[in-house]
Write a new protein. Structure first.
Length: 150
């Protein structure tokens, strides 16, 4: 039951139509190219650092940027590991294990679309289902929930 911790956050009476976790790799497909280029640039800077560093301050700038990048990659992966996207008969949920969860009420006015492994909701810029391996299944569940809400 450790894999379905999110079920206790769903209110009684709501039927789960679909759920999925975001992709769990170090480099999600949507931003993977950016992460790989940034990691390559940092490695190149470290290789060239004996010729670039003139003071201790230059070393610390490179070090802080490198640690910041590693922290950013780790934090992104940690956030994705703590998140589950759920579509119930009444709401679309972004459930977080330790942080506050968000939801949208599904009605006939809720518009959504699919963009590159992501489901976005019109007029709700801070709510989306990101890094999905199968966004079409989410769209079908959302359409089914919208039809039953009418």
């Amino acid at each position: 039951m450790t894999g379905e911790w999110w079920r206790e956050k769903i209110p009684e009476g709501e039927e789960v139509l679909w759920y999925q976790r975001p992709e769990q790799g170090f480099f999600p497909l949507r931003y993977g190219w950016f992460y790989k280029i940034a990691a390559g640039l940092i490695a190149l800077i470290w290789l060239a650092s004996p010729w670039m560093i003139e003071t201790a301050g230059d070393f610390w700038k490179i070090f802080v940027c490198s640690v910041g990048f590693v922290f950013f990659v780790w934090a992104d992966r940690f956030n994705r590991a703590q998140r589950v996207y759920v579509v119930t008969s009444q709401k679309a949920w972004e459930i977080n294990k330790d942080l506050k969860s968000k939801y949208l009420k599904i009605d006939r006015f809720l518009n959504f679309s699919c963009h590159r492994r992501r489901v976005t909701f019109d007029r709700h810029p801070f709510f989306s289902f990101d890094h999905l391996s199968d966004p079409d299944a989410a769209l079908m569940a959302l359409k089914q929930a919208r039809e039953t809400a009418q």
